[in-house]
Design a protein around this ligand. Structure first.
Ligand code: F6P
Length: 529
């Protein structure tokens, strides 16, 4: 019997068992939790029991997670559709020794670039700059934007802004009010061909010229293509390169993190890298059964592939992690949103789930209604710091903590009809009205959640969190037998946008378009000046 079949059978046998019944087993809470350094992951409020966990671990082992993990860390070309190594871990390998790609140690280059970034970041931090604009999109935006916001208490450099959308509103709103003479523009693009980024970069350059700034001095670039940054006219001394074995959505650790380094300083950036490195060491060395990224992945596989819960909510009770859900959308959905297996055959099962969410407590007042009482089960992933940075507002943090813990408790325990009847009776309802009111107040409960705890959202911890999720995506991808490191699914839309541009501009007619698209173009043409 395959592990998938075993797991499907286990699901059939346990689907109706209340999660809280599992806590009758002594040590349920501690047996279904794992700690790495100061980081604690609790998955006891799920329906996973010993038998399920054993089957999930066997699934991971037989899928080759251990071998593939080593292959990744040692630079094998595991991105098989692009024949590339996958070595974002090398970017944070501060003292981990050589890492070879095609027989060549990449660490001297990585560390040399990091040193150059430090020097440049210090120059900008002390050079009279008031503002930094990072122009990039996808991985060249979400990583640094999310991290800069997450580490706001550590900012002691110029203000950082992020422009990503080709919608002129984005750059227009950002440039308004900035001083072109004291602003640094960083053009972040792995390929240096991305249409949104290049369009925004040209607009920023024109703005700088028109407003008394000097783009030769005040432009920097982060890219794998020195040729294209030179063509754009960026001084090679302001160009920070990286290799193609760094995937866009895994790139915040290297040059793409320059805006973060400028915001928090090289020392704090080092701590961020060390957090990532600490998680790498754990992931690479810990046995699967006590390996935090592996366990996170297995909980994900259980909920998505076995229980059929097709979405997952990421709920950081940490305002500064407000962008984490968007960041994880790219990391997870671009990585594991695939339809074919490594050998090109159709995947026999659903691949990555829809990932969504928002910071708590705000989400409670928006979409938690559906999470608690809707007809679909949505596994929830809570993140929470033991303490906040606002010492003088400690009571806010206590409330935040209480809310976070209350949510996972409510999801698990629910509220029975009898309890709801009591509440309705206490409100004075009688007879049919009581019954009706009570039914609206029932919470079925038995809804799974996990909680990730950490002491404080500092640079080291943020590094740990990001690396934790990267490895989780890796493990899920191996188990699903898909290539997690390409993104062919974004190509078709890009190609069609290029061919539609002349139609939208009115240089070509709509005769080659489908009737719906032609109708939409026609409406747009009739409604613009
Ligand atoms: O279109 C998807 C994508 O290729 C992402 O994978 C990437 O992070 C983003 O575009 C930006 O690409 P680049 O850094 O090359 O501009």
């Amino acid at each position: 019997m395959t592990h998938w079949k075993t797991l499907a059978d286990l699901y059939q046998q346990t689907a109706d068992r209340p999660i809280d019944a599992l806590f009758q087993t002594p040590n349920r809470a501690s047996d279904f939790a794992v700690q790495v350094g100061d980081m604690f992951f609790d998955y006891s409020k799920t329906n996973i029991d010993d038998a399920t966990r054993d089957a999930l671990l066997a699934l991971a082992r037989d899928a080759g997670v251990e071998d593939m993990r080593e292959a990744m860390f040692t630079g094998a070309p595991i991105n098989s559709t692009e024949n590339r190594a996958v070595l974002h871990t090398a970017l944070r390998n501060l003292d981990g020794g050589p890492v070879e790609v095609d027989g060549e140690d990449v660490m001297p280059e990585v560390l040399g670039t990091l040193a150059a970034m430090r020097t440049y970041a210090q120059k900008i931090r002390s050079g009279g700059y008031t503002d930094v604009i990072n122009i990039g999109i996808g991985g060249s935006d979400l990583g640094p934007a999310m991290a800069v916001r997450a580490l706001a208490p550590y900012h002691d450099g110029p203000r950082c802004h992020f422009v990503s959308n080709v919608d002129g509103a984005d750059i227009g709103d950002t440039l308004r009010g900035l001083d072109a003479k004291t602003t640094l523009v960083i053009v972040a693009s792995k390929t240096f061909t991305t249409i949104e980024t290049m369009t925004n970069a040209r607009t920023a350059r024109a703005w700088m010229k028109d407003h008394g700034g000097d783009p030769v001095v005040q432009f920097a670039a982060l890219s794998t293509s020195a040729e294209k940054t030179a063509e754009f006219g960026i001084d090679p001394d302001h160009v920070f390169g990286f290799a193609d074995w760094v995937g866009g959505r895994y790139s915040v650790w290297g040059p793409i993190g320059l805006s973060l380094m400028i915001a928090i300083g090289p020392k704090a950036f080092d701590a961020f890298l060390r957090g990532g490195q600490a998680m790498d060491t754990h992931f690479r060395t810990a046995d699967l059964h006590e390996n935090m990224p592996v366990l996170l992945a297995l909980v994900g596989i259980w909920h998505n592939q076995i229980c059929g819960h097709s979405t997952r909510a990421v709920l950081p009770y940490d305002e500064r992690l407000g962008m984490l859900p968007s960041y994880l959308q790219q990391l997870e959905m671009e990585s594991n949103g695939k339809g074919v297996q490594r050998d090109g055959s159709d995947s026999p099962r659903h691949t990555g789930p829809v990932v969504w969410g928002a910071a708590g407590t705000n989400g409670q007042h928006a979409f938690y209604q559906l999470i608690h009482q809707g007809t679909r089960v949505i596994p929830c992933e809570f993140l929470l710091a033991a303490q906040g940075h606002e010492d003088e507002l400690a009571h806010h943090h206590q409330l935040l903590v209480a809310n976070c813990l209350a949510q996972s408790q409510a999801l698990m325990q629910g509220r029975s009809l009898d309890e709801a009847r009591e509440i309705a009776a206490a409100k004075g309802f009688l007879g049919d009205a009581l019954e009706r009111q009570a039914r609206h107040r029932v919470f079925k409960g038995n809804r799974p959640s996990t909680t990730l705890l950490y002491p404080l959202l500092d640079p080291f911890t943020l590094g740990q969190i990001i690396a934790l999720y990267e490895h989780r995506v890796f493990v899920e991808g191996i188990i699903l037998d898909i290539v997690s490191f390409d993104q062919w699914g974004v190509e078709l839309g890009k190609e069609l946008a290029t061919s539609l541009q002349p139609v939208v501009e009115g240089r070509e007619d709509t005769s080659q378009q489908d009737a719906s698209t032609a109708q939409l173009v026609d409406f747009i043409h009739r409604h613009r000046d």
